[in-house]
Design a protein around this ligand. Structure first.
Ligand SMILES: NC(=O)c1ccc[n+]([C@@H]2O[C@H](COP(=O)([O-])OP(=O)(O)OC[C@H]3O[C@@H](n4cnc5c(N)ncnc54)[C@H](O)[C@@H]3O)[C@@H](O)[C@H]2O)c1
Length: 312
């Protein structure tokens, strides 16, 4: 969508991180906003931050994993904004842990928020865009929707779904309704609050049962230390989101914040042995960060670590 000024937009997951930065950036562009999240306190803070912007800002509580909430959000959008020009599906959560130890809840958590939210919103909002013959659907996927990195398989599954649905929407809608644009933003590593709502299963084989219990009891500390390592040296969220908005204005299908993802796509397409090596390297790197975080907490790694078993 080339011109944003005066246009209307719904953003989910707008109380924090990328959603909050998008709300600021799109308000600066002159868009009227309906911000949705489960975190109503966070929404109120963002709304307050946006006071003085020359646009209208509404908020609504919405659990994007629930279809009835999304239907209510579509109704709220009709009441507050009238016509809808842009929908940003940004709300997201993660589940992490070794794949063999993740339970159904971990899978359902990531898939119900990240993947089903897109399905719900497509059903609830797309008819309105089709009726008008225009609009822009912006889905926030992830680099984890391009490369199957280790230790958060439910998240990977959900984000590959987001990328897949985005391509399907593009190919189908562009053919039938050329006025409707589709973009998928694929962030890599940004220091947001995503780890707060991430469900983590500390692997059984990595620690003695006693140490594993200790780690579970000190999960918040683990998350803080791990996230510091994971996002060390990552760029400022607002600057990266400004890049995403430039991508939206250019009607890009894929919006990346690093050329590395395009390189990964290319390697995947043309050189499988190299791509496999990249995946294996990610496995080692992530496990090392988990181990280092536990060691920093003073929680011992058992001699017979999975790293030793798997990668020696
Ligand atoms: N931070 C990163 O490095 C990164 C990388 C790749 C992709 N992403 C994606 O970016 C998006 C935004 O994440 P973020 O990093 O800003 O995290 P964040 O936790 O800071 O923000 C996510 C927001 O989504 C909201 N949310 C969570 N579950 C919800 C639900 N069921 N209904 C409504 N709102 C809900 C949270 O309350 C929060 O305000 C997510 O889709 C995430 O997967 C982030």
């Amino acid at each position: 969508m080339k011109k944003l000024k005066g246009r209307n937009c719904v953003i989910t997951g707008a109380a924090s991180g990328i959603g909050r930065a998008l709300a600021h950036g799109l308000a600066r562009e002159g868009m009227n906003l309906l911000l949705a999240d489960i975190d109503i306190q966070g929404l109120a803070t963002v709304k307050k931050e946006l006071e003085g912007a020359e646009t209208t800002v509404h908020t609504a509580r919405c659990d994007v994993s629930k279809y009835e909430d999304i239907l209510a959000l579509a109704e709220e959008s009709r009441i507050q904004l009238g016509v809808l020009d842009m929908l940003v599906n940004n709300a997201g959560v993660a589940s992490a842990g070794f794949i063999e130890e993740l339970d159904h809840e971990a899978w359902e958590y990531a898939l119900s928020v990240n993947a089903w939210s897109i399905i719900h919103t497509v059903r609830a909002f797309l008819p309105h865009m089709i009726e008008r013959g225009r609009g822009h659907i912006v889905n926030v996927g992830s680099g984890a929707g391009i490369v199957g990195i280790p230790y958060h398989a439910p998240y990977i599954a959900s984000k590959f779904t987001v990328v897949g649905i985005s391509e399907a929407l593009y190919s189908e809608l562009k053919h039938k309704y050329p006025g409707i644009e589709v973009s998928v933003i694929c962030p890599t590593f940004l220091k947001t609050n995503i780890l707060q709502r991430t469900r983590i299963a500390i692997p059984r084989g990595l620690l003695t049962e006693e140490d594993r219990q200790k780690a579970l009891e000190r999960m918040e500390e683990f998350k803080t230390i791990f996230w510091e390592k994971y996002t060390k040296g990552t760029p400022d969220v607002d600057a990266v989101v400004a890049k995403y908005i430039r991508g939206i204005k250019k009607n890009k299908l894929y919006i990346f914040d690093t050329p590395l993802l395009r390189v990964a796509m290319l390697i995947k397409a043309v050189c499988e042995p190299l791509y496999k090596a990249v995946l294996r390297r990610e496995g080692k790197k992530n496990l090392r960060m988990i181990e280092e975080s536990l060691i920093e907490m003073g929680i011992g790694i058992s001699k017979n670590t999975l790293r030793a078993k798997r990668f020696s």
